[in-house]
Design a protein. Structure first.
Length: 105
């Protein structure tokens, strides 16, 4: 939330300053260039947190750890399924053998 407020604050300050400069040169033939530059700078200000996140030292480490964690979860889930299937087979096998033994008695 704090980061969003920081971005909005920077945008408001920039737009205010650029509006003042733009009004000073409102009758200029360079007005369309001012507007173009203003648009580019606004896009850059909004995208800066995203660029900072991608260029962070921890970005690759965090991504790798997330992939490893997901793979480990999948492995654990598969192991639990196999253990459950083996348990079911053992229980069914014991019941089948026990039922056959009781019938013989």
């Amino acid at each position: 939330m704090e980061q969003i407020l920081h971005i909005v604050k920077n945008l408001l300050i920039f737009i205010l300053l650029f509006s003042i400069i733009s009004n000073l040169f409102s009758k200029s033939r360079y007005q369309k260039y001012f507007d173009f530059i203003q648009g580019i700078i606004i896009i850059i200000i909004v995208m800066m947190p995203l660029f900072a996140w991608f260029t962070s030292d921890h970005f690759l480490d965090d991504s790798l750890m997330e992939i490893i964690r997901e793979r480990e979860e999948d492995t654990y889930e598969n192991e639990l399924k196999m253990i459950g299937e083996q348990r079911d087979q053992m229980l069914l096998g014991d019941l089948g053998e026990g039922g056959a033994q009781r019938a013989d008695e």
